[in-house]
Ligand binder design. Structure first.
Ligand SMILES: [Zn+2]
Length: 241
């Protein structure tokens, strides 16, 4: 269902809630609960639930749809549970990031403008350290410089029900040999992005995330994603036969 969702626009409730989620999470490094959300928005439980569901459909957040407290699992770029990447600003832990792609996107959030953002992550195969320094969405340094992003899930499966499996499939690797080792470990092939390609891939979304309060929903439309990846020079042949 969440692939190829027809065009829609967020209502004012969803827009207000999204802005609050960004501000709270950027400031504190952890997600708000329903009470925090009702204090900030004035919405009651049912109104909050509807706004969360709308944001989930538009791929701004991931909630556990079955829970009475609409448990908030992600508000991209942030993850409520431990992930492949930590965001460190001014030496302080500022939250887990959703995946390797969200890791290279996070420094573009308006509250972090001009700040040195450090991403502490690891290689998918050996858990060896990966460290990135980024400011305003631009890469300042990468350790090791050979770091790549391995994506082990075809866009035809992204957001089949939520983005959780898709995010889980987007991992840093130390280099191509570590990517190949991870593929043998996981029993799955994947496409490889250079850091420059990963940054370019997320650039359109991060240009408006939190910058534009009326940013429209995201949509997973696999055929269009393939066109975009090919334009970036990503080798997608691994998913095509
Ligand atoms: Zn490794």
């Amino acid at each position: 269902m969440p692939q190829n969702v027809p065009d829609f626009r967020f209502g004012e409730d969803a827009i207000k809630l999204r802005q609050f989620l960004y501000e709270f999470w950027c400031a504190r490094g952890y997600p708000p609960n329903l009470r925090d959300a009702t204090e900030a928005t004035g919405f009651d439980r049912r109104r909050l639930m509807q706004a969360y569901r709308e944001l989930d459909l538009g791929i701004m957040v991931v909630i556990d749809q079955e829970t009475e407290n609409v448990n908030l699992l992600k508000c991209m770029p942030f993850s409520a549970y431990p992930s492949q990447a930590r965001l460190i600003i001014d030496g302080r832990f500022n939250g887990y990031l959703g995946c390797a792609m969200e890791a290279v996107a996070a420094s573009k959030m308006p509250p972090f403008a001009g700040k040195a953002c450090h991403i502490e992550a690891y290689c998918a195969c050996c858990l060896g350290p990966v460290r990135l320094a980024m400011t305003d969405g631009a890469l300042i340094s990468a350790e090791p410089q050979s770091t790549l992003v391995h994506v082990s899930l075809s866009p035809w499966y992204w957001n089949a029900s939520t983005v959780i499996r898709m995010c889980d499939a987007m991992n840093f690797v130390l280099d191509r040999s570590h990517a190949e080792r991870f593929e043998r470990q996981a029993g799955r092939r994947g496409a490889i992005f250079t850091l420059a390609q990963a940054i370019a891939f997320v650039s359109r979304g991060v240009a408006t995330r939190m910058w534009d309060p009326h940013r429209p929903p995201d949509f997973i439309r696999p055929a269009e994603i393939f066109d975009g990846l090919k334009a970036l020079g990503v080798d997608t042949s691994v998913w095509e036969r």
